[in-house]
Design a protein. Sequence first.
Length: 210
Amino acid sequence: MKNILVVKANNRPASEGVSSKMHEVFMENLKTDAEVNTFDVFAEDMPYFGQDFFDAMQKSAQAEELTELEQRILTAANKAMDAFMEADVIVFAFPLWNKTIPAALQTFIDYVYRAGVTFKYTEEGPVGLVPEKKVIILNARGGVYSTPEMAPSEMSVTYIRGIMNFFGITDIEEVIIEGHNMYPDRAEQIIADGMERVKETAGTLSNVNA
């Protein structure tokens, strides 16, 4: 049976956060026999990635006792990695905040960005190790960043796509809602049209069951 992982990365209510609404609509329209798991990065205990993680990895390898923080970060990182590696399809639902991704989603990426697991180094350069996975990006941004002038400032979808490519994943689908804050007179229609595309995308996974 296929495994679908939905990474929810917005803790605003669906009535206020457009990407939260995208997540809600996606889940409501995902009709499948596949196993579906949600990883809410704001609900998980996820200490920031840094020296504590490296200390925890080293101590764990040497069977040394870990501090409470080291145990927390190792447990969190392993949980995120297990969820990511077990998934055949990964769905990321997140906003563009301050031109980038939410910090909690960055921590999730830091946890799964691991040499020897999701990529490896070779003499010819890094090689992704999970090319068989599919990724769906559900993203909302209040401004318009799809124009040539603004695209260089967009560091959320661009970043997630780049990391997934680095892992070897090329099957990436995007549903982006943009401009609803920039054009308040058209916001309702912009969001409604976007939600229809979210429904369609969820529908494409309805037969993912084997």
